[in-house]
Unconditional design. Structure first.
Length: 226
């Protein structure tokens, strides 16, 4: 059975993904941050033209694929600021920010869930960084960034490998979160974490406090001196 926390985790992930994408995309469109701004915009326009030509039937799928592959290298090369920014911002958001918010991203806060230690210990930055490295596409981004340094054919091959690695990881992680007994993904296991429902946790703690108050104290028996 799929538990409630698992569904909340997926929704929170989508919210956080949108937040990170918007922030990173903004970096590309700021000329003084991206020195290849003009080249990126020109290549981006060409990329969109190919897609429109394919959609209108002017070119077939083979021709569209060939042209897109030619543009992929230029697009990523001119948009390398996005890739670097994405890696840095991802670690800052999912690592540093979450550390100081005690286990909550914006998405997790909205959905009322948080990251905690699986062993009841205090989490350090390294725990959040391990989660980030495995879950948030950092591995594929690093591969793509390295691939820019090679020729076009090698770049395309490395990008395809990066995409496959990321897809496999995401499938494994989401299946584990949805159907694993403890609802812990691969990143949780490696980082020693789990995700809990804050609202349910608070309800349990309140119930325990009420039990402590209601529970009568033991009265020591005194010997009857009579």
């Amino acid at each position: 059975m799929v538990n409630n926390v698992a569904l909340k985790r997926i929704c929170a992930y989508l919210i956080d993904y949108i937040v990170i994408t918007l922030i990173c995309s903004a970096l590309i469109y700021i000329p003084f941050i991206n020195p290849r701004y003009e080249g990126y915009m020109e290549t981006s326009d060409q990329y969109n033209e190919v897609l429109q030509a394919y959609a209108s039937g002017e070119i077939d799928v083979n021709e569209a694929t060939e042209q897109i592959n030619d543009l992929r290298y230029e697009l990523n090369s001119n948009g390398y600021v996005y890739i670097i920014g994405e890696i840095i911002i991802t670690f800052l958001y999912y690592g540093v920010f979450v550390y100081f918010t005690h286990g909550q991203t914006l998405g997790k806060r909205i959905l009322g869930i948080k990251i905690v230690s699986n062993k009841g210990k205090k989490l350090g930055l390294h725990n959040y960084f391990i989660r980030t490295f495995i879950l948030n596409g950092v591995i594929s981004s690093i591969i793509v960034l390295i691939a820019i340094c090679f020729k076009e054919s090698t770049f395309i091959t490395m990008c395809d490998v990066a995409s496959s690695i990321n897809t496999i990881l995401m499938i494994i992680i989401f299946l584990m979160i949805l159907f694993w007994q403890e609802g812990r993904g691969l990143h949780d296991i490696l980082a020693g974490t789990k995700v809990i429902d804050v609202r349910n946790e608070e309800a349990v703690e309140e119930s325990l406090e009420e039990v402590k108050v209601i529970k009568p104290k033991k009265v020591s028996k005194k010997k009857d001196e009579d």
